[in-house]
Write a protein that binds this ligand. Structure first.
Ligand code: BES
Ligand code: ZN
Length: 847
């Protein structure tokens, strides 16, 4: 360690001025923007008016599949003094929501003029004073399905919604009454049959990236943050969670339909209020009136249903994509642990009949939380909890603050898939605390989170295990890049910062953001040393808390940090990892000029040092910018080259795969190999990392051998006993199966023998089952089909569903029929996100 102590460096890093920090207020430009416009996937104009807090009242009717809601916003005009915004039009995002009215007060007495942004073409404030012509309306109240008024067929409206504009006048608060039902793309309303316990319907939301607007009118873009409170009204015995702390519960008797329309009829009795925010902020809810007419005492009576009101508060400002709700018959089980002599808790929500299993599965959760805090600082969201959803949840996990939503496909029985929780937990820093300014820089959320995830995994489970996971991810990345590079437009999306104008941000959800992003950080870590890198990251999370970040801002800060914080070797022209800068930097380096004038350099030897170091830092950052940020594919050369990735464990698996592949005896009149399979082999891809990095000779590549066997008309009956799977984890299996798939086609007999020995068709591990199905399809192993079909009919996790349908189309002669048939039966049970992706796949295929 150099002259500067860690502590002092940290302090100076804290003091660092954020050079290119895109705070909302800083870049306020007052242009006349009466004309509505979609920018950054949103109708809102965060340079004019922003919402700073939100109060919600939502009654959730699980039978009618409808949310009736009031949302109240506190509005802030952007800018100070003369520069203060003069606008009084609040632009919000709204899509397929039924807007019932906009008011200046919760008593709904004073209506405010509003219109759909897409209808509002000029600043003439006439003709729409009485409110908008509904674009969306519920045609059939029972089904809650809505349809759009004809005449508005713009593609952008399909994607971004019709938007809402409200004439706020002098009001700094407004109230919107609305309904959201089956047409809300964020919401999935599940029948009892689609749940684990099969007893009660279930509801969950998925707001990221731009679906929050389908269930709450809001400023739906990641750079606007607001706090919120909520009251969620349900019928007993439903439980509810939101991305906020539960602060109390009230009871009443009556009908759920009375909550808004017959408020006087319901007598609410306060069951408990148990929330004392650590920072003593007052939890106030502007919507208290008209709902708190009788809390505290009295009886709720005996007539009608037992109604429950759950009260929530999120005292920390969040962006809209982190708005979340779930209602179902789930319960909570906690883990208590001590940290720095304090007792803390974390825990799991799951349906009653599933709770014990889930709680066992995630028993190492407290260790993950502790590790994360040790690495990058305090967890600021109160408790960390996980809600296990029914299998249709379209993602592995979603980092909703306070309560991560997770797929049940990670409940494998042996805790083997908890890295997903490490990932969602890590988002409590990267993403939720420090947020990508726009979806074009999504890699700042996911790349950082992936990096953080593997650090947590290493902390808790050791380096070998963490390396194994990283290596698997690397293989995925290589394959993705190979595929994307084939396509003239797709190749542009291999850059870290994307151009997503007028595109669904969902198109940016690829391995690029996740994995190329992660490996950029791994590369930096290797160059400057982990100690230094952690110092930077801790400071980054702390300086940008509750703020937004951009790639340019990150690079500027990095340059500053490298110059002033990390030592450099003149003779080797590189950083000296883990060594803190010991030479006092010329003070004028602070301003980071584009080219360093010699006048700022000190005299003598130090002049040479700083001259060279400055040039090296500039080159390093330029290489990052050119190769990683705006470069196509993966940068394998130069001073910011892709890091070497290796895992001894996976190399071991590679050996096992090769031995198995060439085991057994040649068999002339062998098993049938379909033409399609052979053709497939010609474009074998997904080459393992060790081959890619030149560690294995190309001639050893079994796919070459495989092709030769088939060409000669012979196949080999392999010896399943050579598969020495002792100490195999699920990840070893995943790698083995992928590796076999990349090698070529196994015969049906080989597949059968493996299935008999390892029961892979019946695997309870979703990752293993998925890989087995992919291999089975390729090898025309029909026995796997019923299992795969069952999987596709129940699981809606897009990461599995989409590649399986793709593989069917690719490998089966009647692929299109098969996919159409399965999708016909399954699509009603998928969340809109998954349904949309599969529909697009089919459209592309038919084209
Ligand atoms: N935030 C994402 C999920 C997401 C991304 C939803 C973009 C909508 C739009 C979440 O943190 C995530 O990355 N989930 C992964 C988990 C994984 C990488 C461990 C998933 O769902 O597979
Ligand atoms: Zn993520």
């Amino acid at each position: 360690m150099g002259i500067l102590s860690k502590n002092s460096l940290l302090k100076f890093a804290f003091g660092l001025i954020c050079l290119v920090s895109p705070t909302l207020h800083a870049n306020t430009r007052l242009v006349n923007t009466s004309e509505p416009k979609i920018q950054n996937h949103s109708w809102s104009k965060p340079n004019e008016l922003v919402v700073s807090s939100m109060d919600l009242a939502l009654s959730v009717d699980m039978e009618a599949k409808k949310i009736h809601g009031l949302v109240s916003y506190q509005i802030v005009k952007v800018g100070k003094g003369k520069k203060k915004s003069k606008f009084d039009l609040l632009y919000l995002d709204a899509k397929k929501i039924n807007i019932l009215g906009v008011y200046s007060n919760p008593n709904k007495k004073t209506a405010l003029p509003y219109n759909y942004a897409s209808d509002f073409k000029n600043s003439k404030r006439l003709g729409w004073q009485k409110g908008a012509t509904p674009i969306w309306k519920f045609e059939d109240d029972k089904k809650g399905v809505s349809s759009r008024r004809s005449g508005l067929q713009d593609e952008n409206i399909d994607l971004f919604g019709e938007g809402l504009v409200v004439l706020t006048g002098t009001n700094n608060r407004i109230v919107i009454e609305f309904e959201a039902g089956l047409s809300a793309d964020a919401l999935q309303w599940l029948s009892a049959e689609q749940t684990h316990d099969k007893q009660y319907p279930f509801l969950f939301s998925q707001s990221q990236a731009i679906l929050a607007r389908t269930w709450i009118p809001c400023q739906d873009l990641p750079c606007v943050r607001f706090t919120y409170t909520a009251r969620v009204y349900v019928k007993s015995p439903y439980n509810a969670v939101m991305s906020a702390e539960k602060v109390g519960v009230d009871y009443a008797r009556g009908s759920i339909g009375d909550v808004f329309t017959n408020t006087k009829k319901l007598v609410w009795k306060n069951a408990y209020t148990d929330f004392k925010p650590a920072d003593n902020t007052v939890v106030s809810n502007w919507l208290d009136y008209p709902f708190d007419n009788s809390t505290a005492s009295g009886s709720v009576g005996t007539m009608g249903d037992l109604l429950i009101c759950y009260r929530f508060a999120q005292n920390r400002p969040i962006p809209s994509y982190l708005l979340a709700i779930s209602v179902g018959d789930f319960r909570y089980s906690s883990y208590r642990f001590t940290e720095d002599k304090n007792t803390k808790e974390t825990g799991v929500f799951a349906e009653r009949g599933y709770l014990e299993e889930c709680s066992k599965e995630f028993k190492r959760l407290p260790e993950l939380v502790k590790a994360a805090e040790k690495l990058y600082g305090q967890y600021v969201w109160g408790s960390y909890r996980v809600l296990v959803l029914p299998p249709s949840f379209p993602f592995g996990g979603m980092e909703n603050p306070v309560v991560t939503f997770a797929t049940p496909t990670i409940v494998a029985g042996d805790g083997s898939l908890v890295s997903l929780l490490a990932h969602e937990l890590a988002h409590s820093w990267s993403g939720n605390l420090v947020t990508n300014a726009t979806w074009e820089e999504f890699w700042l959320n996911e790349g950082f989170t992936n990096y953080f995830e593997s650090r947590i995994m290493e902390f808790v489970f050791g380096k070998e295990y963490a390396d194994l996971l990283v290596n698997l991810a690397y293989a995925d990345l290589v394959k993705t890049v190979e595929e994307m590079e084939q396509d003239s437009l797709g190749r542009l999306d291999t850059r870290l910062v994307l151009d997503l104008e007028n595109r669904d941000p969902d198109e940016g959800v690829t391995d690029i953001a996740y994995e190329k992003g992660r490996f950029l950080l791994v590369m930096i870590e290797r160059n400057i040393g982990r100690e230094n890198w952690d110092l930077f990251l801790r400071s980054y999370f702390s300086r940008h808390s509750f703020g937004v970040v951009t790639t340019q801002g990150l690079l500027a800060e990095l340059k500053y940090f490298l110059l002033k914080g990390v030592s450099y070797s003149v003779s080797e022209n590189r950083f000296i990892p883990n060594e803190i800068e010991r030479n006092p930097a010329p003070s004028r380096l602070d301003s980071i000029p584009l080219s360093l004038p010699s006048s700022v350099l000190p005299a003598g030897e130090l002049k040479d040092y700083w001259d060279k170091k400055y040039r090296f830092c500039s080159d390093f950052l330029l290489a990052i910018e050119k190769g990683w940020i705006h470069g196509i594919g993966l940068p394998y050369d130069g001073i910011a080259a892709f890091p070497d990735i290796e895992s001894a464990e996976l190399l071991r698996v590679d050996g096992i795969a090769s031995r198995y592949w060439s085991s057994g005896v040649d068999k002339l009149e062998g098993d049938k190999v379909s033409e399609k399979g052979v053709a497939d082999e010609a474009k074998v891809s997904g080459i393992n990392s060790s081959i890619n990095q030149g560690k294995i000779d190309k001639m050893d590549m079994p796919e070459v051998m495989a092709c030769e066997f088939h060409r000669g008309g012979s196949t080999r009956r392999r010896d399943v006993l050579t598969l020495d799977t002792i100490h195999f984890t699920a990840h070893h299996w995943v790698h083995l199966l992928r590796r076999l798939r990349s090698m070529g086609q196994l015969s049906v007999n080989d597949m059968e023998a493996m299935d008999e020995r390892f029961h892979l068709s019946e695997s309870k591990n979703s990752e293993v089952a998925f890989e087995w199905f992919m291999l089975g399809l390729k090898c025309q192993y029909m026995a796997v089909f019923p299992y795969m079909e069952q999987f596709l009919l129940t699981v809606g996790r897009r990461k599995f569903v989409l590649p399986l349908y793709e593989q069917i189309l690719k490998t089966q002669d009647n692929g299109l029929d098969m996919v159409s048939n399965i999708f016909y039966g399954a699509s009603a049970g998928y969340h809109s996100v998954t349904r949309k992706s599969v529909s697009e796949l089919l459209l592309d295929y038919r084209r």
